[in-house]
Design a protein around this ligand. Structure first.
Ligand SMILES: NC(=O)C1=CN([C@@H]2O[C@H](COP(=O)(O)OP(=O)(O)OC[C@H]3O[C@@H](n4cnc5c(N)ncnc54)[C@H](O)[C@@H]3O)[C@@H](O)[C@H]2O)C=CC1
Ligand SMILES: O=C([O-])CC(=O)C(=O)O
Length: 338
């Protein structure tokens, strides 16, 4: 039997990311090739004509999974009954700015949209905040929509995660799909910590640690980290606009894994509210390694890890399957020593 359509809200849908994202959703990239969708697209009145143009193109593309399009400048209409909300609407930074420089404009948007989502979205609506500063906007949304469960409010750090996979794949000349389990810790900002200490590559003789294959700690601890941290700025410098197709694709990855589950043995990075894991203060929206199953994310814990910080235990650490008490200190991630 055909599935009931899911309603997916995209705010800022007339913008660059929106234009790349809505066809991906309509093609099933976000929710699966058997999941019909109804798109709800919100933008502000000056963008209403452009938004209508996007709607016309969606109709023209004749996507089989697309069962309806709501294109509106009314936040209540946009939020009504949505099962997934991808919050892209806002102002992007320009060359020379940090993401926090757009904070005052974007934060006020998130206060008002939080209330509309709280009052009108479907129960258990899953929210992904993309607009910058993404962690802060998600925190604002969570604070101003107190009846939305805090586990349902997340922000996008999957783009940073995918950028890290891409850098490793280029460096080793391997398929990006064979690289997994990088981690982005912290904020979607230049202060993030891209971590390869648990990352592996699938080879013909099994999975091998990225550190062993790269065999260049100076690059991994230096240029690799800054390249990932600064990639957004590099794209702005090159394109004069911020990342759009990669942001849209990563937003699909984030929601797909959240709703449909992460593959066995794989974790991904999501900005989620902290439950105090790894000493991160509770209630912050922070990027952690997570696994997803049954529509729920779970922070990967380091129980049973043999690293110097843990009590020991026989089971391999989920984060660091190849780390034990004989692993050189310089190959352990900083949180082992916190
Ligand atoms: N978390 C991440 O990994 C990434 C985040 N971003 C952020 O995503 C946001 C969107 O980027 P772009 O699409 O490139 O920008 P854009 O300027 O092309 O599009 C933004 C759209 O939001 C609309 N908008 C403004 N205020 C709104 C409101 N109150 N309600 C609904 N819509 C509203 C604008 O009219 C515009 O159509 C920016 O904040 C950008 O910095 C961009 C790339 C990656
Ligand atoms: O850098 C920006 O302003 C846009 C963004 O968040 C990214 O590309 O990661």
């Amino acid at each position: 039997m055909a599935k009931e359509p899911m309603r997916v809200l995209v705010t800022g849908a007339a913008g660059q990311i929106g234009y790349a994202l809505v066809p991906m959703i309509a093609r099933g990239v976000m929710l699966g090739a058997d999941q019909p969708v109804i798109l709800h697209m919100l933008d502000i009145p000056p963008a209403a004509e452009a938004l209508n143009g996007v709607k016309m193109e969606l109709v023209d593309a004749a996507f089989p999974l697309l069962k309806g399009v709501v294109a509106t400048t009314d936040v209540v209409e946009a939020c009504t009954g949505v099962n997934v909300a991808v919050m892209v609407g806002g102002f992007p930074r320009k060359e020379g700015m940090e993401r926090k420089d757009v904070m005052s404009k974007n934060v006020s948007i998130y206060k008002s949209q939080a209330s509309a989502l709280e009052a009108h979205a479907a129960p258990n609506c899953k929210v992904l905040v993309v607009a910058n500063p993404a962690n802060t906007n998600a925190l604002i949304l969570k604070e101003f929509a107190p009846s939305i469960p805090e586990k349902n409010v997340t922000c996008l750090t999957r783009l940073d995660h995918n950028r890290a996979l891409g850098q490793i794949s280029e460096r080793l000349n391997v398929q990006v799909s064979d690289v997994k389990n990088v981690i982005i810790w912290g904020n979607h900002s230049s202060s993030q910590y891209p971590d390869v200490n648990h990352a592996t590559v699938k080879t013909s003789t099994g999975e091998k640690p990225v550190r062993e294959l790269v065999s260049d700690d100076e690059w991994l601890n230096g240029e690799f980290i800054t390249t990932v941290q600064q990639r957004g700025a590099a794209i702005i410098k090159a394109r004069k606009f911020s990342s759009a197709l990669s942001a849209a694709s990563s937003a699909c990855d984030h929601i797909r894994d959240w709703v449909l589950g992460t593959p066995e043995g794989t974790f991904v990075s999501m900005g989620v509210y902290s439950d105090g894991s790894y000493g991160v203060p509770s209630g912050l929206i922070y990027s952690f390694p997570v696994t997803c199953s049954g529509g729920e994310w779970k922070i990967v814990q380091e129980d049973g890890c043999h690293c110097p910080r843990a009590d020991g235990g026989e089971d391999a650490c989920l984060l660091m399957p190849r780390v034990n008490s004989t692993t050189p200190r310089e190959q352990l991630p900083p949180q082992c020593f916190e």
